[in-house]
Write a protein that binds this ligand. Sequence first.
Ligand code: PDD
Length: 281
Amino acid sequence: SICYLDGTYQPLAEARISPMDRGFLFGDGAYEVIPVYSRRPFRLDQHIERLGHTLAAIRLPNPHDAAGWAAIIAEIIARNPWVDQSIYLHVSRGPDDKRNHAFPAQMRPTVFLTSEALVTTPAAQLAKGVAAVSAADFRWLRCDLKTTALLANCLLRQVAVDCGCAETVLFRDGFLTEGAASNIFVVRDGVLLAPPKSHLMLPGITYDVVLELAARHALPHVVREILEDEVRSADELWMTSSTKEVLAITALDERPVGSGEPGPMGRQMYAWYQDFKTTVM
Ligand code: PDD
């Protein structure tokens, strides 16, 4: 694939950065994953706004304005072969002469974007849903920031992979936070429940779309803190993300969720999402 690195478009296999880059040494950076359908980025403004929020919070000057980012993303989309793509956008605090926790005097952020084919969920998986495990959420207290320091998320996702599951559902102090790389929704008694945005979870772009679709279609929904016990006795459980869209979790810790099959509300939301993603940007 063709990537963008510090002003240059080049084959990904040829791209090189310094081992002194703070992204490499400290995980000191911000990122976004942006889905592209029919060569149009989905919810681009919202992704760029969230990037700006992360960069401001970690005190990294934003190297581009919204129009600048849009231009690079348009170029990446055009230079790569796939109609549906997943764009990875990364800004690190760049290289320094010496390894030093404190910020360099002269910051030269590294800007890296790449693309891969966006592979949506196969029909068989949609029909069956996926299995998940649970774990204690031991991440830091700024999970609202999309930073590249993802060691905790990697360890937590691997817990799922090691037992043949697709995602790890995280609980902190008896409450649902999110997944290792997704947001989690719960359905109980015909009502869609979503945990409130806080410093304990990423404000997902897909999460916002799901709540917008619920409002638009007058689906009963409540945003409130969700107890671990409520998750374990839910009728439906979904994971959402830019690459997984809306995906039913039909088993949690080897016990069926509800009927053990994707539920009616999840199927409905999936259908609304499919319709929305191709008609609206
Ligand atoms: N992950 N929560 C976490 C911890 C995430 O890493 C993600 C996305 C989400 C969902 O956010 P969104 O709907 O904006 O994609 C929630 C991306 C896809 C990733 O790291 O690859």
